[in-house]
Design a protein around this ligand. Sequence first.
Ligand code: NAD
Length: 277
Amino acid sequence: MTISVPTLTLNDGHTIPQLGFGVFKVEPEETTRIVSDALETGYRHIDTAAIYGNEAGVGAALGASGIARPDLFVTTKLWNDRQGTASAFDAFDESLEKLGLDYVDLYLIHWPAPAKDRYVESMKALEQIRESGRARSIGVSNFLAPHLARLLAETDVVPAVNQIELHPAHQQPEVTAFARAHGIRIEAWGPLGQGKYPLFEEPVVAVAAEAHGKTPAQVVIRWHLQMGNIVFPKSNRRERMAENFDVFDFELSHTELATITALERVGRVSAHPDDVN
Ligand code: NAD
């Protein structure tokens, strides 16, 4: 069975598959096998980053797949120590080279790193990269509302996305409202709570899973999709890749969505964006 993943339109007119595959903590030597499995499962949107150290493995899997470039959506990210102008250009060139691509679909500033105070400058560099055609879309990650507000005030760029930690226990209502008001799509990283937060044991998740004959992970992914988030859950295991992809044959009711949304408790599983520099 071929599953077709819905796409969302970004504020620059490009489209993005709403469900993808993330490769954080995928070991470099395992990356080609794991990304090849994901592509065979049907994923076409891959989310990596320079700091993950696995762009070359992602590129090798993409190259070996035989999938036409326009059918793929590839994101990578600028690491904090390369923020700036010349350093960002160099970092981008290195990423593109490792990926073996002529362009990426989306290039993100990985963290605002406010103590460095270079994210405005970096965004202007990304704007030039976008103008060169080597990144179709540009955006940010881990930006809070004040960081986004400053970008909007001091650059001509409205980021296409803001990729933030987001799952039912940590929904970041302030930044998501700010982003949506400005046409910035939300990408939810750690969509399953990274396996650290016991989302799957929450009774409302388990009850919905039982009701739909689905797993708790599928219910949480479905919640993200119906909330309008872009997600790319990660798993090294092929059966879980398939499970996480098989989420388009059921729909959560308004009540189920609301009870899962009520799990909010500022359950951040990773670092605060002001503290990552
Ligand atoms: P995730 O929420 O996707 O959790 C992944 C973990 O959940 C797996 O390691 C596994 O333990 C478990 N899991 C996956 N599928 C499962 C299933 N079906 N049943 C049970 N357990 C399952 O966390 P993540 O990998 O951190 O986030 C997804 C992607 O987001 C990353 O791979 C990366 O691409 C991106 N990300 C970005 C940032 C950022 O700062 N921008 C930070 C972290 C992650």
